[in-house]
Structures are given as structure tokens and as C-alpha cells.
Design a protein around this ligand. Structure first.
Ligand SMILES: N[C@@H](CCC(=O)N[C@@H](CS)C(=O)NCC(=O)O)C(=O)O
Length: 229
């Protein structure tokens, strides 16, 4: 059977995690088929078409078609690609000392991304700005900042989140950290800023950004509640 790899994608969304991981795998010498990228948009109804819903029942990206298997949920896709390509060395094997931390951070990335999604919904996707809840805006920005602080602690004294070095966890968190500066000022988090700079310096990250496409959601540099100090 011919190998195929198709990513159902929205530029600057969680599907960036998958493009970056695939580029890291190629950089590690894994022979993967060319990546076909099918691009959708959050606001034009394309994520609700019947064909797409067979791949992703909640109508969310990413979804990946890989050798006849269709899979949604970025964390599941990342875990699946890492376990089918252990030679890439991007995930600690089952039973190794770093495995629990790997699993924890893959899933932590989604706890954190749900806060970004809530802030995106409130600031960008509500029909009418008067529908925004200032209390939710404040609370979700604070909860997002707590996640940034957790990453600051995790990368203190090391380049990547896992003690064992760069891993798929960093690809999961990389998407989050590209969106965080729209809602949380990073001045108080110099270690996170250096971590972001290390991510952005990786050739695979840059190749993935070229494939990702331009973000069209954010029209401002920073979003804050109306009465923020
Ligand atoms: N837990 C899912 C979340 C997927 C998700 O919500 N993706 C967003 C883009 S970042 C989406 O497709 N939003 C479309 C919508 O909410 O209608 C994952 O990690 O893949």
C-alpha cells in the first residue's frame, strides 16, 4: 500500500503541532510521505461539512489521515505518530523514567489550550462584543498565566520541558506559546521567552511555519479586559 499523510488543518491552530512534529521526524531521519494539507476555516462552516465530521465528530482540527487510519485530537495524533515512529526519538518509551512526565505534559498542553480557546471565543468569535464576560476574560487570562508559570518552572535550568531533551511535548506546547502573548504579557517570564526563542530557532519549526499559512484571527497585538490595569 502507498503511504499517505493528509492533515486537515486551519492555519495557526492546534494543527500546527502536527506539522511541526512531522518536520521534526523528517529532521530526525524518518522517511515519511509528503504531507498533503487540506485547509479549512473556523468561520466559513467548512469544519461542519459531513465528510469532515466523519473524521472529527466535534468538527475540530487537527485530523490526520495516515495510511488508511483517520485520527483527530492533537494529543492522540502526536502519541500515535511517536509510537509508530519510535526511531524519531521524540517520546520516551513506555516503562522509561521520563514517560510519566511526557504523558503529563502532552495532556497539560490541552488544559492550557482550552484557556486560549475560551479567550479566542470571547475576543474574536462572538457575534457581538457586548456578549463578552469581563469576569471570564479576567479569570481565563489568570488561569493561562498560571500555566505559563508552570512552564517557566519546568524549563528552569534546562532547554526543553523533559529532562531527557527535546520531545513531542515541546511541539504540543509550541502552539500554545505562539498564542499566549496575545493574552498574557511575558515580561515576567524570561525563561519562557528564551524557551520560545529556542523553539523558533529550530529548522523544523521554521519549515512547519512555512507550511502552516498566515494566521487571520488576531488583528491586535494584545487583548485585555476593558478595565484591566
Ligand atoms: N482537543 C482538541 C481540540 C481541537 C480544537 O478545538 N481545535 C480548534 C482549532 S485550535 C478548532 O478546530 N476549533 C473549531 C471550532 O471550535 O469550531 C485537539 O487537541 O485537537
Amino acid at each position: 500500500m502507498t503511504s499517505t499523510l493528509t492533515l486537515h488543518h486551519v492555519p495557526a491552530s492546534r494543527s500546527f503541532r502536527i506539522i511541526w512534529l512531522i518536520e521534526e521526524m523528517r529532521a530526525a531521519g524518518v522517511a515519511l510521505p509528503d504531507l498533503d494539507i487540506e485547509t479549512y476555516a473556523i468561520t466559513d462552516g467548512s469544519l461542519r461539512n459531513a465528510d469532515f465530521l466523519t473524521r472529527s465528530p466535534a468538527g475540530r482540527v487537527p485530523a490526520l489521515d495516515v495510511n488508511g487510519i483517520s485520527l483527530c485530537e492533537s494529543g492522540a495524533i502526536v502519541e500515535y505518530l511517536c509510537e509508530t515512529h519510535p526511531e524519531a526519538g521524540l517520546a520516551p518509551a513506555v516503562g522509561t523514567a521520563q514517560r510519566p512526565a511526557y504523558l503529563q505534559w502532552v495532556h497539560f498542553a490541552e488544559t492550557m489550550a482550552s484557556l486560549i480557546a475560551n479567550l479566542n471565543m470571547q475576543y474574536l468569535f462572538l457575534r457581538d462584543p457586548s456578549m463578552r464576560s469581563q469576569a471570564v476574560l479576567k479569570m481565563e487570562a489568570r488561569r493561562l498565566e498560571a500555566c505559563v508559570a508552570a512552564i517557566e518552572a519546568a524549563v528552569t535550568g534546562q532547554d526543553w520541558v523533559l529532562d531527557s531533551g527535546f520531545s513531542a511535548v515541546d511541539c504540543m506546547l509550541g502552539f500554545n506559546l505562539s498564542a499566549v502573548p496575545y493574552f498574557v504579557k511575558l515580561d515576567a517570564y524570561p525563561i519562557v521567552r528564551s524557551y520560545i526563542a529556542r523553539m523558533e530557532a529550530r529548522p523544523a519549526y521554521q519549515a512547519a511555519r512555512d507550511l502552516d499559512g498566515p494566521q487571520t484571527f488576531y488583528s491586535r497585538d494584545f487583548y485585555a479586559p476593558d478595565d484591566a490595569d
